[in-house]
Design a binder for this molecule. Structure first.
Ligand code: SAM
Length: 386
């Protein structure tokens, strides 16, 4: 992939920009296998399936833009070391629908007189613009503001925006603090709809509802393959009970739900849990009535369950820090026979696998969710020995 921003030195976020894509995938595969090898030495050899890839550009379903510049000429992109904005609205990683939406959103910022926040003077209102696109082409647009001062202007000019873009959900996120965090806790939804529907072609069709403040996998095509792979592996073992720990909006849990199979999703973010519950409730039938979701810390929740309630299979999909010693220790001492571990950080995955000596890794698969970068997603299938 070629990128003008990269070539001009304006953005270096994609460290592998310009490298042939097949070479990137081969390198990631070697890197991930190398990281996991020491943890797996002495166990049954791992069957690595061919890496899953999607488009190498135009794959990001979410744009996270820092807003800077001036009232009449805002920049949407990143901040340089000097605190000034670099405009990246034509970033080629974004899905085409997002790419086309960003200039319109920039024009709307000017119309609604949303003054970009200035880090050095601490003046202005608009900090970030966060936009997610569904597979059907609808958008969730979120303005991260320092205060609610611009709310009336945003409401007034919302019609102008919805006349031009398929905005399903629009919301203000209030982040009053002067620190480098993407978003705050308070959300004010401006549209009738509060959730963006993400329809994925997994099984007979997976309808996930996404609210502001909920995590969703960045690359829709590869996320679809991830849930489909998990479904295929889980169907082979046909467990009667499944826990999906770090469930987000319920992608794994709802993909794995089936008649006669009880699925429990555990997730810390209440908005994500509400989204998952909505998806399960709407779908009905096909075993989804047996899917339930709990807002809790995954480890504390698992450790608090009576042994008689331990499931046949556990899915874990933690943030980069991995699952850590308390949860690996619990898995080791539990009755759980099968584990699916989906990781975006093979270094912490290797550490956690080393702490799970009772399991063999039967199969593993790299999924390239993040082309042009060194980031990776890897799904491994574990089975208790004996
Ligand atoms: C990599 S995301 C995976 C989400 C989901 N499995 C999916 O496929 O979209 C990790 C999730 O873990 C949640 N999380 C972070 N810390 C947690 C904790 N201590 N207990 C439970 N969930 C947590 C985050 O809110 C986020 O939704």
């Amino acid at each position: 992939m070629q990128c003008d921003y990269f070539d001009a030195g304006a953005c270096r976020s994609c460290t592998w920009m310009g490298r042939p894509y097949a070479e990137q995938v081969a390198d990631k595969q070697r890197h991930v296998e190398g990281l996991l090898a020491p943890a797996l030495a002495g166990r049954r050899p791992v069957a690595w399936l061919p890496a899953v890839t999607g488009p190498e550009e135009g794959f990001r379903n979410k744009a996270k833009m820092v807003v800077a510049g001036t009232l009449d000429a805002p920049t949407l992109g990143i901040l340089g070391a000097d605190g000034r904005g670099t405009d990246l609205r034509h970033c080629g990683l974004h899905e085409p629908g997002l790419h086309d939406a960003l200039p319109v959103l920039a024009e709307h910022v000017v119309r609604a007189r949303l003054a970009p926040y200035d880090l050095t003077t601490r003046r202005g209102e608009l900090k970030h613009l966060l936009v997610t696109r569904s597979p059907a082409g609808e958008l969730m647009v979120r303005w991260v503001l320092r205060s609610t001062e611009p709310e009336a202007r945003l409401r007034k000019h919302l019609g102008w925006l919805t006349d031009r873009l398929p905005v399903a959900v629009a919301s203000i996120n209030v982040q009053p603090e002067h620190k480098a965090v993407l978003e705050g806790e308070r959300e004010i939804v401006l549209t009738d709809a509060a959730t963006l529907e993400m329809r994925l072609e997994v099984g007979a069709g997976l309808r996930l509802h996404l609210r502001p403040q909920s995590f969703f996998q960045t690359n829709t095509a590869v996320a679809t393959a991830l849930y489909e792979q998990a479904r295929a592996w889980v169907d082979e073992t046909a467990p009667a009970s499944v826990w999906d720990l770090y469930a987000g909006v319920g992608g794994f849990a709802l993909a794995l739900a089936a008649p006669g199979r009880a699925v429990t999703g555990v997730e810390i973010a209440p908005e994500a849990v509400a989204s998952a519950q909505q998806s399960a409730g709407e779908a009905g039938g096909a075993g989804l009535e047996q899917a339930r979701f709990v807002a809790a810390d995954a480890t504390a929740w698992a450790l608090a369950q009576p042994t008689a309630d331990h499931p046949d299979l556990v899915v874990v999909n933690p943030p980069r820090r991995g699952i850590g010693p308390a949860l690996t220790g619990w898995l080791e001492s539990s009755r759980v026979r099968h584990v699916l571990y989906s990781s975006c950080n093979a270094a912490t995955l290797a550490r956690d696998l080393a702490a799970l000596p009772s399991y063999d890794v039967e199969a593993a698969r790299l999924l390239d969710m993040f082309p042009q970068t060194t980031h990776h997603e890897v799904l491994v299938r574990l089975r208790r020995r004996g």
